[in-house]
Design a protein around this ligand. Structure first.
Ligand code: NDP
Length: 330
């Protein structure tokens, strides 16, 4: 038996509890891991609260990422004792995830713990940080450089936004941190933001084009926020879009694309191919300021995860939430 957060559904009613689960309920997989650290992300909050149909198979252990130690392996690349990281691949949605003491997964989904960082630090980064790096890589792949002007980061005080602000400012970009929480201005400046923009400025009626303001953007919001952002991107700029905190829709026109040559680069962390994942993790391990990263992470124990999840839906979470599942493992 092992501790796990378990989401179940009977007669259309969802229940969630921290409970003891039997080993024989573990899903299929060629590798077993003792989970040391996991995290809480926006998607986990949707799964735990049932606010969106993230979970597609019940019962489900949520947790879209974890860091841990391999205990059994039938996979040629991993042996017992190896430290590993997992993000995405439907874990916490269709396959049991990281908010449990034990996980059984496919070895192909794993990334070896990058040199120079601990399992705790890997989860301070987590899916949010890894996605932020995929966004930075997307902007750079489209030719963005720091001399081209400010980059707007929406949802800047959240998980993806905080790490994106940290990464971009460390690479020499001027970051305009877009936030709905004026109270987080000092926090965002501490991460390296050059200016703070009230989210209201991107929440009004969308015009096809607005005054050119930013060279690029990282967007976690979607909907009206992304549409307004696109209308304010300078000629030839790029926006990396990864989220839907404001909504799934996108009420824009083709004007930014055909009149200003703006690129909208989609970023997905879940099914991202292994080589790009490894590149992202290796860059995170070498480029992120781990001391600053530690400052933006808060620990929430397993027995407080369920009550903390609604804070994401209410937009109250600052930075990253990490969950010590078996922190004695390292
Ligand atoms: P968080 O909850 O930590 O951050 C989201 C932030 O968005 C909030 O802190 C808030 O920031 C802002 N926000 C909240 N509501 C709104 C709104 N109505 N309009 C505009 N901004 C809003 O979540 P994460 O950072 O973990 O994830 C952000 C988004 O990215 C989510 O939609 C998530 O599903 C998505 N995501 C996608 C991934 C992918 O692979 N494509 C991977 C990881 C995340 P502030 O208060 O500063 O405005």
């Amino acid at each position: 038996m092992f501790d796990a957060i378990l989401i179940d559904k009977t007669d259309d009613a969802q229940s969630v509890s921290l409970t003891q689960v039997s080993d024989d309920m573990l899903p299929e997989g060629d590798l077993r891991v003792d989970v040391a650290w996991s995290t809480l992300n926006y998607k986990d909050a949707l799964a735990i609260t049932g606010k969106a149909p993230v979970v597609r198979k019940f019962p489900m252990v949520p947790g879209i990422d974890f860091a841990g130690v391999v205990t059994e392996s039938a996979h040629p690349d991993y042996a017992p004792g190896d430290k590993v990281v997992l993000n995405g691949w439907g874990v916490g949605e269709v396959h049991w995830g990281g908010l449990a003491r034990t996980a059984r997964v496919k070895g192909d989904w794993l990334v070896p713990l990058p040199e120079g960082i601990s399992m705790r630090q890997a989860m301070e980064i987590g899916t949010a940080g890894y996605t932020a790096m995929l966004c930075v890589m997307a902007l750079e792949a489209h030719g963005l450089t720091p001399d081209m002007g400010e980059i707007a980061v929406t949802g800047a005080a959240g998980g993806v936004g905080s790490v994106a602000t940290l990464l971009l400012s460390a690479r020499g970009y001027d970051v305009a941190a877009v936030t709905g929480r004026a109270s987080e201005a000092e926090y965002l400046k501490g991460l390296g933001a050059a200016s703070i923009v009230d989210r209201e400025e991107l929440s009004g009626k969308v015009r096809a084009l607005n005054k050119e303001r930013w060279a690029g953007g990282v967007d976690v919001a979607g909907s009206t926020v992304l549409a307004n952002l696109l209308s304010m991107i300078r000629y030839g700029g790029t926006v990396a879009a990864c989220g839907l905190a404001a909504g799934m829709d996108l009420p824009t026109s083709v004007a930014p694309f055909i009149l200003r040559g703006v690129t909208l680069a989609g970023v997905d962390s879940v099914m991202c191919p292994a080589p790009r994942r490894r590149e992202a993790w290796s860059r995170l391990a070498s480029e992120l300021n781990m001391t600053r990263l530690a400052d933006l992470s808060v620990e929430v124990p397993m027995d407080k995860v369920i009550e903390t999840a609604p804070n994401f839906i209410d937009g109250k979470v600052r930075g990253r939430i990490i969950v010590p599942v078996a922190p004695e493992l390292g």
